[in-house]
Design a protein around this ligand. Structure first.
Ligand SMILES: *[C@@H]1O[C@H](CO)[C@@H](O)[C@H](O)[C@H]1NC(C)=O
Ligand SMILES: *[C@@H]1O[C@H](CO)[C@@H](O)[C@H](O)[C@H]1NC(C)=O
Ligand SMILES: *[C@@H]1O[C@H](CO)[C@@H](O)[C@H](O)[C@H]1NC(C)=O
Ligand SMILES: *[C@@H]1O[C@H](CO)[C@@H](O)[C@H](O)[C@H]1NC(C)=O
Ligand SMILES: *[C@@H]1O[C@H](CO)[C@@H](O)[C@H](O)[C@H]1NC(C)=O
Ligand SMILES: *[C@@H]1O[C@H](CO)[C@@H](O)[C@H](O)[C@H]1NC(C)=O
Length: 464
């Protein structure tokens, strides 16, 4: 890994030495962010070792106190309302040192929208081996909690683990979505599992499925490790992002298998130091940074690594999406060792993202996208524009680097589309990224395609 970066630096020195055009990207500090990404790698390896040390609740070590939801009157039959039992069990577990809140295996607990609020005593473990299931009728959802189902906040050093399932029973919510039927109002729906305003969190092994909307949101958190989590919902379920990371730092997502109807992983505003490793994604809309910059807002995302992913039967592979009119930046991103299969847009930067029932106005301002590296990305696409850098006219993308990219289409040729994008490729890059070297704002194969006429349904889907 180190030597690949060395190679880029070396290449830069050569470019500078030879005065080749493009040397502007090799100025001092230009790779600062990418260099820092390497450090994140190093930090991560240490964290992983620690991960294997998570005590299971059965371990005798450290005198754990078992708090079984069944002891608080839960029926676990999937029909009786177990909300109160779970709330009571939470109250006890949260206020007890070394507690293990147990949702036992082989049973289903019907639970309403609930906020589980810390801070709690040290070393809390939430052991979910059974199934937590949401009531399926949107009409009887608690109007005070319209956007969450199981919402955990203000936790410090807590572990969520187990072989259990968090099931949002989302099908009626999906049917009521304006994406399913335009006569429906566009309304937000609950996120199945939220961890908010917390730090030192580990989530291991759970399955989250059929969420009403997003499956698992990490917001306003620092230091989160997600390991071996599965997300599963149908490819046509609307807005069901798998793992959504917002305003969070130092997050590691590894060995996760995600199949859903929206982004497998989405990383949005105020997130930094995000590492994804060994991710399986599909069906879904791929792995995304964004959307960012909606309604003229400022969005900042820095230092993101995706290392080793298999992305199959998705509309996008690795994507950065921003709305026109935003401010802020995306800087320091590395997508590497990615295999794609039957993916429509394997590599995509879309600065004209518009996910609104009404079309979006053209605007001057935009987020600035720079220092984005694509390394060892290969496989099959089902659209001709395998690589698409569609950047803002006023704020071009810069320092886009491709190395060892090899994308093929089953029938026909592939091409790279560049609009207001600058950077370079080295090693094998297929389709060629030559259009990055051009200083023209637009250099593309088919001039006829206008940036406002993206007919791609995915790009134009309605965000709530
Ligand atoms: C769960 O929601 C249902 C439907 O709104 C309601 O009747 C019930 O009282 C709620 N349970 C609790 C414990 O609040
Ligand atoms: C959309 O919803 C309307 C009103 O509920 C209904 O009449 C119509 O049949 C629905 N269309 C589809 C395609 O489901
Ligand atoms: C982006 O994050 C910053 C810092 O947390 C926050 O102040 C700002 O309101 C966020 N912007 C949006 C659009 O949420
Ligand atoms: C964003 O800014 C543009 C240009 O100043 C303005 O026309 C538009 O109404 C603004 N949009 C929102 C949602 O504030
Ligand atoms: C390709 O992926 C799409 C979903 O994007 C899926 O509907 C289709 O069946 C897949 N094709 C093959 C040959 O697997
Ligand atoms: C390139 O990525 C693929 C897919 O993740 C991986 O199997 C392969 O080992 C990678 N090659 C190198 C040289 O790292």
């Amino acid at each position: 890994m180190e030597n690949k970066f060395f190679l880029v630096f070396l290449l830069c020195s050569l470019i500078v030495a030879n005065g080749v055009s493009g040397s502007m990207m090799c100025d001092n500090n230009n790779f600062g962010m990418l260099e820092e990404l390497n450090k994140l790698d190093a930090e991560e390896e240490n964290e992983i070792e620690e991960l294997s040390d998570i005590p299971s609740w059965t371990s005798q070590r450290g005198g754990k106190v078992l708090v079984n939801v069944d002891s608080f009157g839960a029926a676990g039959d999937g029909e009786t309302d177990d909300t109160e039992a779970l709330q009571k069990a939470w109250g006890v577990a949260c206020s007890t040192s070394k507690a293990v809140l147990l949702v036992p295996q082989g049973r289903r607990y019907l639970v309403n929208a609930t906020k589980f609020i810390g801070p709690c005593k040290d070393n809390l473990i939430i052991q979910i081996d059974g199934t937590l299931v949401a009531p399926d009728d949107p009409k009887s959802w608690d109007p005070k909690l319209p956007r969450v189902w199981l919402d955990f906040s203000k936790l410090n050093k807590a572990v969520f683990q187990g072989s259990g399932v968090i099931d949002g029973s989302g099908s009626k919510w999906w049917a009521a979505s304006c994406k399913k039927n335009k006569t429906n109002p566009c309304r937000g729906a609950p996120t199945a599992f939220t961890i908010d305003t917390s730090s030192g969190i580990k989530v291991k092994g759970l399955t989250i499925q059929n969420s009403q909307q997003m499956h698992f949101t990490i917001s306003r958190c620092d230091s989160v490790r997600i390991l071996g989590v599965k997300v599963s919902s149908p490819g046509d379920s609307p807005n069901t992002d798998g793992i959504h990371i917002s305003e969070s730092t130092n997050v590691i997502v590894q060995d996760c298998k995600i199949g859903t109807g929206d982004d497998c992983i989405s990383i949005v505003n105020a997130s930094s130091n995000i590492k994804m490793k060994r991710i399986y994604c599909g069906p879904g809309h791929g792995i995304s940074i964004g959307s960012l910059g909606k309604d003229n807002s400022t969005g900042v995302v820095t230092k993101v690594i995706l290392d080793t992913a298999f992305i199959k039967d998705t509309t996008n592979g690795v994507r950065i999406k921003t709305w026109q009119g935003g401010a802020g930046y995306v800087r320091g991103v590395r997508f590497q060792n990615v295999r794609v299969e039957n993916v429509s847009n394997p590599i995509l930067i879309d600065q004209f993202y518009c996910d609104s029932p009404t079309s979006c106005q053209n605007q001057e301002s935009a987020l600035e996208i720079s220092e984005i590296m694509y390394q060892n990305i290969s496989g099959t696409t089902n659209s001709a524009k395998a690589i698409k850098f569609d950047c803002s006219d006023s704020v071009p993308c810069s320092k886009l680097i491709l190395s060892n990219v090899d994308l093929e289409k089953q029938d026909g040729t592939v091409e790279t589309y560049c609009h207001s994008a600058q950077g370079f490729g080295y090693g094998v890059v297929h389709p060629s990224a030559d259009c990055l070297n051009s200083n023209d704002k637009t250099s593309q194969v088919h001039e006829s395609q206008s940036i406002t006429s993206q007919d791609d349904d995915d790009i134009r889907h309605t965000e709530l």
